[in-house]
Ligand binder design. Structure first.
Ligand SMILES: Cc1cc2nc3c(=O)[nH]c(=O)nc-3n(C[C@H](O)[C@H](O)[C@H](O)COP(=O)(O)OP(=O)(O)OC[C@H]3O[C@@H](n4cnc5c(N)ncnc54)[C@H](O)[C@@H]3O)c2cc1C
Ligand code: FES
Ligand code: FES
Length: 1323
């Protein structure tokens, strides 16, 4: 039965067959985040019985792509089936929660299902299996380390211990070495002894009736008829052939990983589907002396297992093709897709990015076809891959199997690929290559090269290969081959996917890798097997310095140590402050019982909203024709600007576009209908006529040309900059581009707006960081007072700044629809719409002029910043203020001027994002420090040290601060990470390796918490004590996954001196705590903590007389006595706010309540031939003062660091020159996965004092983000090493993100010289 609230997904044309919407109404644990198989939030376990082997096969799938009809005969286990609070939680759920592997919890059910499924197949998995199982699951909060760690607790050996094989537990060692210090350091964030044991024998059995069904000898053809489509499952091969004859155009649905996305996102329609999934004839492996035949029905995971088996059985020389396939099978998509996608589906769908087809073709595979006409074989060759009609399947034919011949002795086969991310990302270029030599020689007998992602299909470089036949395998051949292949494979300048020069460089760089591999292979073969028959000198080995070019980076299981201060042994045991307390909702997250807005059961009469957004960046609206849309079934109304009863343009933010559109993605109108499918269908039928307007401003440069700004310049200054430039040894000038970032919170923006019967009241449920803002905008849009609007936020599935201002806009849009229709509105943004409409972090252009002495002392700096604010004000002015105020970072520069302005462009309006400008702005400071170092022949660390604040000082805006914790973090980071020794080791490595380079960088940080305006720092709380002694705490902060409520319970527990179990925190809403400020700026726990503390202290004071009378009494007794004495057991608590101020006219003020300091050191290895990098190790030292909850704080630091690392390296938003966002989902926007995080990841909380904040703590929600830039600068260091070796000039500009494209094109060499150098268009 479809889940009505989710029927939006169910009835989208074609997705009729997707499992997610069919999960029963009450099973809301399975989450929906992308709908494209790319995030793993919807992971469930499918179990099938194989009547042939009599075995049950469990595998993970992404429910959003699983056709419901394909599950006939299968058992599906959702997170609810694994365990629940109501019955018993499963060890997987318990350990994920207790290891702090959940923050917002939106990804957690998917994580649970991935680990659970692994355990069903491997009750004692290896750490590598855990990492592999999690490769298809995205988490935007945690940084993955604790998730992997929770999985590792199931491994046989104590895999959690980080000192593998040392014989001693690392924890003991570390604790011992710190005991001598004043503050004892702890390393255990959870207690393994608390875990219930895992007993694999206690899992639910496979339903016996499904076994009976599977073994039923009288099975019949199955037909499911929908309104527009029919699904047919043939009973046997003949039946399949019959169906294929009758419905030649009907696709064969196997994994649905190619067909499903085409239907969903490209509006493909098929009236009939044929699904032979499970048909025995398609599942087999047949191994002969010459090769192996594998059934088309084998999933890629089964193919992987089969190939591993063959490789273990056959001599190495026969298995080169299999090895190449296995390498790519490890990183192709994630475990879920690999378990769904089939070999037949892969071969036939022939995606241009296919990782397997180029290798199969290079390995001379053939395809066995069958139809009613009989069987035939076709080669899986270039013509087939290029889809030439005569080499294709006939429409009535089915692929039965694929035959892959063994390789032979004088035959080499390789697969090569590079993607934005190591796993679960389409290749940017991949290749399958093979060469056969005349026996005993290096004369090419047959050469084959196939490239993926260089055109609309996989292409064969057949002409090149022909021309090289007969040539020797030597450098001259390589050089000719590169030129030939570049001539043959043409990527036009306007090719889809862009990156033309990079991809052309990769074509020859990958060829070079293959060349090296073969040369080494020939040499090795002759050396090890020639027995004197051949002369090894005729087959020279490659230089030792080239060897590391051969291998891709291995995927390691991450590990690391987290250190924090131990709780004072004299602290009362009941007091939870300072302890690593588990997130208040963690268990509910992992059981799927935590309720998000989309999980709220359907409300009577509710309507779904779909958006119609502008397709033009700047245009006049000539006409909005809604007639066709309104006539469609289920459509209740179309809502436009005309329907806004109040302000449609409030504070410069436009709810519905009126008269003109100012960006692509602006909401023009919405359609309300009974299902989302109907709403979406109708939205497509709304016809809008535009007339383009000038100017269309997309980039910062264009905005500067047009003088287009959102606000006036902000400036701070000290000393005399102009004068100082006259007295310095050197001056450098430069520009740094830092691109934007998508929040990619796992829960997209979701709003439920419910109009009430009376007094125009409106209730909104939504995940937001700023309820007051929502209330304000809805009130303005509806023209009613704010007291009629109630906002409720139980939790948000991640926010990161993206839910500060945008929910207000979307809330107003929904409220107007609810007001017009008089019915509840459910508004859930699809991932693509969310990415398009809500925008993200501001791209930045920084220009600097730096004057310095030859010894590295910087005397003068003149910095200009511009950010791309987009089309409306949002928070761009504030972001710029923050950039300017914080831009000096940790360095004292006596003559310093910094100015900045937000640009107004025709892009969707950019908004708050973790770090609020700091992560972009400070890259500029670090970039000029690095540039100065290069000019002075010093290391960046030396220049940082020279210019770093050393004693109590004033910032440029004249605020006094003491940098002592900064110095400590910096020093400890350098020492504890063994920076100098590792730097030397990296230099050694670099000397020995030409094509791989290592780099290290340390970045210091002086970050801020809070706002430069006192009233923004205020907070309130409401605490009730009930007569049974239980306590309900409410405050104005929103739970976004950051553990705010958990910390507030800790505060209340300490203040009231009662156990945490007495305290409940239900939700945040505007009716209990009005006018709350945003939960942002790292100050959620700071300010709300003070308010909760205040309320508790008031209550405690009121109870004092009662306690004094009965000091030995219990809490319950005191409460009951207090009630009898008419003592008020409820109070508000209040925090006026930190006293801050900023006078922009003077450029002075105590802008921030306090500073947070930190440092991080990262080491990377870069593959100069592909641009890939591997993060080997990161050490973070963060000044946490006194941590209220080290688990929460370390979680924030790790999560922010990984988000920052993504920002600085692989996350890349792509726009067209016309301002159309291309990257609208996980397929084309890559956030880090588990394979991206540091192999070794150490975090230490450094103790300091911060008396101003509650319990002397510090707000750490954002600070870790910037520390991710240590990866950027480590890459810079590695690239600089490569460039130095190639004799290139010292200084070069490395902008952010340092994508593989940028890295590769900056590591200039003979291959980049062969193609024109790329320049990235800045946005
Ligand atoms: C999130 C995601 C990530 C991915 N990442 C990668 C990646 O990194 N690298 C990569 O190479 N690929 C990747 N893919 C693509 C994936 O490999 C293919 O979609 C998959 O192999 C197709 O197999 P399927 O069984 O799902 O095909 P289906 O979608 O079921 O079918 C695809 C086509 O094949 C036809 N077909 C299927 N079986 C037969 C048969 N036996 N005889 C005749 N016709 C048949 C169907 O008619 C249909 O036209 C990814 C896909 C997704 C969704
Ligand atoms: S929602 Fe299914 S994979 Fe993202
Ligand atoms: S906890 Fe993983 S996405 Fe929030």
């Amino acid at each position: 039965k479809p889940h009505p609230e989710r029927s939006q997904k169910a009835e989208q044309p074609g997705s009729l067959f997707s499992l997610t919407p069919f999960l029963p109404v009450h099973l809301t644990g399975t989450k929906y985040s992308c709908g494209s198989g790319g995030c793993g939030a919807c992971t469930v376990m499918v179990s099938r019985y194989d009547p042939k082997t009599k075995k049950i096969h469990h595998y993970p799938v992404t429910a959003c792509l699983v056709p419901i009809c394909s599950l006939y005969g299968a058992a599906v286990t959702t997170v609810e089936g694994v365990g629940s609070i109501k019955t018993r939680i499963h060890p997987v759920q318990e350990r994920l929660a207790k290891c702090h592997g959940t923050q917002c919890g939106f990804c957690s059910p998917g994580m649970v299902m991935s680990i659970y499924t692994l355990l069903r197949n491997h009750p004692e998995p290896t750490p590598e299996q855990i990492t592999e199982a999690l490769g298809g699951n995205l988490c935007r909060c945690t940084g993955y380390r604790p998730i992997v760690e929770s999985g590792k607790t199931f491994c046989a050996e104590s895999a959690v211990c980080q000192m593998k094989g040392s014989g001693k537990c690392c924890m003991d060692q570390e604790e011992k070495s710190f005991t001598s210090r004043q503050e004892k350091m702890c390393t255990k964030l959870y207690n393994e002894d608390e875990f219930q044991p895992f007993d694999p024998s206690q899992e639910p059995i496979f339903p016996p009736e499904l076994i009976r069904m599977a073994e039923d000898p009288n099975k019949r053809r199955l037909t499911f008829r929908g309104k527009r489509t029919t699904w047919i499952t043939p009973v046997n091969l003949n039946d399949l052939l019959e169906l294929k004859t009758n419905f030649p155009e009907a696709p064969i649905i196997m994994g649905n990983t190619a067909v499903g996305p085409s239907i969903k996102f490209r509006d493909e329609f098929h009236p009939v589907f044929i699904s032979p999934l499970g048909l025995q004839e398609l599942y087999f492996v047949d191994s002969t002396d010459d090769g192996v035949t594998i059934g088309a029905g084998y999933s890629l995971a089964q193919l992987n297992d089969a190939l591993h088996f063959i490789v273990s059985e056959q001599p190495k020389e026969k298995t080169k093709t299999y090895h190449a396939l296995l390498k790519h099978l490890r990183t192709l998509a994630g475990a879920q897709i690999r378990n769904m996608a089939t070999l037949g589906g892969h071969v036939v769908s022939r995606p241009n990015f296919s990782d397997l087809n180029p290798i199969l073709a290079a390995g001379n595979a053939t395809i066995n076809l069958i139809s009613k006409e009989g069987k035939r074989q076709i080669p899986l060759d270039g013509r087939f891959l290029e889809k030439s009609p005569e080499a294709n399947l006939k429409s009535e034919e089915t692929v039965l199997s694929v035959y892959i011949p063994h390789s032979t002795r004088w035959h080499f086969v390789s697969g090569l690929r590079i993607a934005q991310r190591q796993e679960n990302a389409f290749a940017m270029v991949n290749a399958g290559m093979s060469v056969k030599f005349e026996d005993g020689t290096d004369t090419i007998k047959e050469l084959q090269m196939f490239y993926g992602s260089v055109g609309p299909t996989v292409v064969s470089a057949s002409k090149t290969c022909q021309q090289l036949t007969g040539r020797y395998w030597n450098d001259q051949m390589l050089s000719d081959a590169c030129q030939l292949v570049l001539d043959e494979i043409y990527i036009p300048p306007d090719a889809e996917g862009g990156m033309v020069e990079y991809r052309r460089t990769l074509i020859i760089s990958l060829l070079f890798k293959f060349y090296l591999k073969v040369r080494r292979g020939l040499n090795k073969m002759v050396r090890t097997t020639s027995l004197g028959l051949w002369d090894p000198h005729k087959f020279p080995d490659i230089p030792e310095r080239f060897v590391s070019a051969l291998e891709d980076f291995p995927i390691e299981t991450p590990q690391g140590i987290q250190m924090f201060q131990c709780v004072d042994p004299y602290q009362p045991p009941q007091d939870p402050v300072g302890h690593p307390v588990m997130h208040q909702s963690a268990i509910k997250h992992t059981t799927g019982e935590a309720v998000f807005v989309d999980d709220i059961p359907p409300i009577s009469q509710e309507l779904f909203l779909a958006v119609v957004t502008s397709t033009r960046a700047h245009a006049k609206i000539i006409l909005i024709d809604t007639s066709e849309a309104l006539a469609l079934p289920g459509v209740a109304d179309v809502i436009t600007a005309e329907d806004v009863p109040g302000d449609n343009n409030y504070q410069g933010e436009i709810f519905y576009a009126q008269n003109e559109v100012i960006c692509v993605g602006q909401i023009v109108c919405t359609v309300a209908a009974d299902t989302y499918a109907h709403a979406k269908e109708a939205a497509k039928k709304v016809r809008i006529v535009y007339e383009d307007l000038e100017p269309r401003i997309i980039t910062i440069e264009q905005a500067l040309e047009h003088n287009s700004f959102l606000s006036a310049e902000k400036k701070i200054e000290q000393g005399n900059v102009e004068q100082a430039f006259k007295h310095v040894d050197q001056i450098i000038e430069g520009e740094v581009h830092v691109e934007g970032q998508e929040h990619f919170y796992m829960e997209t923006q979701t709003i439920l707006a419910i109009p009430q019967e009376e007094d125009k009241e409106m209730v909104l449920h939504l995940g937001t960081q700023f309820q007051t803002h929502v209330q304000e905008y809805v009130a303005a849009a509806l023209n009613i007072p704010r007291n009629r609007i109630a906002c409720h936020t139980k939790r948000a599935g991640g926010a990161f700044g993206g839910k500060v201002s945008k929910p207000a806009l979307l809330g107003a849009v929904s409220a107007v629809a609810a007001n017009k229709t008089g019915r509840p509105i459910r508004f859930i943004l699809e991932r693509g719409d969310d990415m398009l409409i809500t925008a993200g972090r501001h791209p930045l252009l920084g220009k600097y002029k730096i004057g310095f002495m030859n010894n590295g002392v910087i005397k003068a700096a003149d910095i200009e910043y511009y950010i791309n604010g987009g089309c409306t004000p949002d928070e761009s002015e504030l972001v710029m203020e923050f950039i300017v105020l914080r831009c000096e970072n940790a360095y004292y520069i006596p003559n310093f001027r910094c100015r900045g302005r937000p640009c107004k462009t025709n892009l969707p309006s950019n908004t708050a994002f973790r770090g609020f400008g700091f992560p972009q702005g400070i890259v500029v400071s670090e970039a000029y420090i690095t540039a100065v170092a290069s000019q002075c022949n010093l290391t960046p660390e030396q220049v940082k040290e020279i210019n770093m604040y050393k004693r109590t000082s004033r910032t440029v805006h004249k605020q006094i601060f003491n940098p002592e914790p900064l110095r400590r973090c910096w020093k400890e980071c350098l020492e504890k990470s063994s920076f100098s020794a590792r730097k030397l080791a990296a230099e050694e490595f670099n000397k020995k390796n030409y094509w791989k380079k290592r780099g290290l960088a340390v970045v210091p940080m002086k970050f801020t918490v809070g706002m430069p305006t006192t009233f923004y720092n205020q907070a309130a709380a409401l605490v009730h004590i009930y007569l049974d002694g239980s306590v309900l705490v409410s405050h104005g902060g929103c739970e976004l996954g950051q553990g705010l409520h958990t910390k507030m319970i800790q505060v209340a527990s300490r203040e009231l001196n009662i156990p945490e179990s007495y305290i409940h925190l239900s939700e945040t809403n505007t009716t209990t705590v009005p006018n709350a400020t945003f939960t942002a700026g790292s100050m959620g726990a700071d300010i709300n903590g003070k308010a909760v503390q205040n309320a508790c202290q008031i209550l405690k004071a009121r109870l004092q007389p009662v306690i004094r009378k009965n000091p030995k009494g219990t809490w319950e007794e005191w409460i009951s006595e207090a009630y009898e004495e008419s003592i008020n057991l409820s109070t508000t608590g209040y925090f006026k706010g930190y006293q801050t101020n900023m006078d922009w006219k003077k450029g002075e003020g105590d802008a921030f309540p306090y500073f947070v300091y930190g440092a991080s050191c990262s080491e990377v290895e870069v593959d100069c031939l592909t641009g890939a990098h591997k993060l080997l190790r990161t050490d973070i030292f963060m000044d946490a003062a006194f941590s209220i909850n080290p688990a929460v704080d370390i979680g924030q630091i790790e999560g922010a660091f990984v988000q920052g690392m993504g920002f600085y390296t692989i996350e890349e938003l792509k726009y067209s020159p016309e301002g159309v966002l291309y990257s609208r989902g996980p397929d084309d926007y890559k956030i880090p996965t588990v394979t991206e995080i540091p192999e070794e990841f150490n975090v230490t909380l450094v103790r300091s004092q911060n008396p101003i904040a509650i319990y002397s703590s510090k707000g750490l929600g954002e600070a870790g983000m910037f520390l991710g830039s240590s990866v950027l600068f480590a890459i810079y260091d590695a690239v600089a090493a490569a460039r130095r070796e190639r004799g290139l000039t010292k200084t070069f500009t490395l902008s952010s993100p340092a994508t593989p494209e940028l890295i590769r094109m900056t590591c200039v060499d003979q291959f980049t010289d062969m193609v024109r150098v790329v320049r990235r268009a800045p946005y």
